[in-house]
Design a protein around this ligand. Structure first.
Ligand code: F6P
Length: 547
């Protein structure tokens, strides 16, 4: 990308950080730890049931002072308050971004266009809770008079990743009779494999789409309906198809009863929608009481973000350390490593949250950013990742920061695993930070009695540079409340980073071009007609498919 100077890079605060970064390039974290016995206490904090250790970053107290000055100069506090205050912070779509209102208590009186929306939010929640209770209690019956046993959630992007991730994360709390299935891909292998596991008479389909126009979701929903109607009648549809959407007319014309449609407000972005009606599978799985804890955990993080001074504010610090790594150390990706099997889908969830929000190259007013924005996010659960790609994290040519996430409470029944799991988690961040010099490696091999020629040959391969950044997030246990706080933490991190970069974090125009082209290519594939408008590669692929 062609980077131009921008307001950000021209600012005194950014330039001060650039000068500071040239000194920091000589630091090694192992020395920083040796020099400062207070480093862990200095660079860690607790909020809303989460503990963040960010001491294993290439920072000194002055680094934070400069980063905080940048955050203030870029208006982080004002933008945070504008978001919570219901202003239209999503400027290109002229919308508010009030996902925080979905988890605020009923008495919060959240204003949007001088209207208190709290009652509306809680009315939807009450409807979700009433419906979920009937399904969970077995009072909601399928067409054969039997209770629901399987829930097939059909949605994609934000209408899929959140429900799937949270249901997996909280699976120990799931209702024992209800099996949750998630279908997102337009590749019919996804739907077919799911339908093969369920029976129409005891299955509830949740069609989740904010717009109710998304190609994949609508195609899967139509196919699921056709499959259902092979065994049942149209009169049975209301007991088996419900929807979460903001497009109520489209839901109705699909054939879903308005009484079974749970509305989603237009000021809730797709990737911020797990707190809304899109969270219906979570309410069905864990029940209203635990869902309320989930909302309360996120709200606790909201209050912390709103009220804590920037220097002691977890989302702000997580965001600023990320900006430091991205813009001043030059790290182009971020690896997410949950050391908790139930957080298996958290990296994928964060991919959409961060990359769809801040994967942008122009500022809110359409100017080139002038700096690199969102890093690429990727990852998998520990310890699995250690045996796959951690080689690159330790010795690869790029520096990839890692967010380690772990819960202290062991999984029931196999308590002896927990010390091994946590030891691995902490060992990885220590190894990334400390490294192992060629001299240490040579001394070890000498002590083992190896021949000098072999030592010389192997030492470069066995040395670790270290000085590789990571954060560690700990929680007592992975509960609805701590999970809510964890998601809200990253949501607010995104806002802070987007604000520093000058980005509108709430739109996603980048997904449009591919959708448009897919429409015309699909017509060509179906009709067998060819268009002259493609390049030779695309035309060749279309021709080969038709042949
Ligand atoms: O194509 C991207 C996107 O618009 C996401 O932002 C959104 O979460 C997803 O598609 C699904 O949209 P919908 O809920 O309207 O089906």
């Amino acid at each position: 990308m062609d980077l131009q100077p921008s307001d950000l890079t021209a600012s005194a605060e950014f330039q001060a950080l650039q000068r500071h970064a040239s000194q920091a390039s000589h630091w090694h974290m192992a020395q920083l730890f040796a020099q400062d016995p207070e480093r862990f206490a200095r660079f860690s904090l607790e909020a809303a049931g989460l503990f963040l250790d960010y001491s294993k970053n290439r920072i000194e107290p002055q680094t934070l002072t400069l980063l905080l000055a940048l955050a203030r100069a870029r208006g982080v506090e004002a933008r945070r308050d504008a978001m919570f205050g219901g202003q239209r912070v999503n400027t290109t779509e002229h919308r508010a971004a009030l996902h925080t209102a979905l988890r605020a208590p009923r008495a919060a009186r959240i204003q949007l266009d001088r209207r208190d929306i709290s009652a509306e939010v809680h009315a939807v929640l009450e409807r979700l809770y009433t419906f979920a209770k009937r399904v969970r209690d077995g009072a909601w019956l399928g067409y054969s008079g039997r209770p629901i046993t399987d829930i097939v959630h059909i949605g994609i992007g934000g209408s899929f990743l959140g429900p799937k991730m949270v249901c997996q994360a909280l699976r120990p709390l799931a209702h024992p009779r209800l099996r949750l299935h998630f279908v997102s891909n337009v590749d019919a292998h996804d739907l077919a494999a799911t339908l093969a596991q369920v029976s129409p008479a005891t299955t509830l389909f949740v069609i989740a789409s904010k717009t109710f126009t998304t190609l994949e979701t609508m195609m899967n929903a139509r196919s699921a309906r056709a499959w259902f109607l092979q065994s049942a009648t149209a009169a049975d549809l209301p007991r088996h198809f419900v929807a979460a959407s903001s497009n109520l007319p489209a839901v109705q014309s699909f054939g879903i009863d308005p009484d079974n449609t749970f509305p989603l407000q237009d000021w809730v972005g797709g990737r911020y929608s797990i707190w809304s009606a899109i969270g219906l599978p979570v309410v069905l799985a864990i029940g209203p009481e635990y869902f309320a804890h989930f909302l309360a955990g996120a709200h606790a993080m909201d209050r912390h973000f709103q009220n804590a001074p920037l220097a002691a504010n977890m989302p702000v610090l997580l965001a600023l350390v990320g900006i430091w790594n991205r813009n001043f150390i030059g790290c182009s990706s971020l690896s997410i490593a949950p050391y908790h099997q139930n957080l298996q889908y958290f990296p994928a969830y964060l991919q959409q949250l961060e990359m769809e929000s801040n994967g942008k190259r122009v500022t809110q007013d359409g100017q080139p950013l002038g700096v690199a924005s969102c890093p690429a996010l990727w990852g998998d659960v520990g310890t699995n990742g250690q045996h796959a790609y951690f080689q690159l994290l330790h010795q690869g040519s790029d520096i990839t920061p890692v967010d380690f996430i772990a819960a202290l409470r062991p999984a029931p029944g196999f308590q002896e695993h927990q010390a091994t799991l946590l030891a691995n988690c902490f060992a990885q961040s220590e190894a990334l930070m400390r490294g192992k010099s060629a001299e240490q490696v040579q001394a070890e091999m000498q002590a083992q009695g190896m021949a000098p020629a072999e030592i010389a040959e192997l030492a470069p391969h066995r040395a670790f540079p270290g000085n590789r950044p990571s954060n560690t997030l700990l929680m007592e246990a992975l509960t609805p409340a701590t999970l809510g706080a964890l998601i809200a933490l990253y949501e607010h991190k995104v806002l802070v980073q987007g604000t520093v970069w000058g980005i509108n974090s709430f739109d996603q125009w980048g997904v449009e071009l591919g959708k448009l082209l897919a429409g015309s290519i699909e017509t060509e594939l179906r009709a067998g007609a060819s268009s002259q408008q493609h390049d030779s590669s695309t035309s060749g692929l279309i021709a080969r498919t038709r042949a």
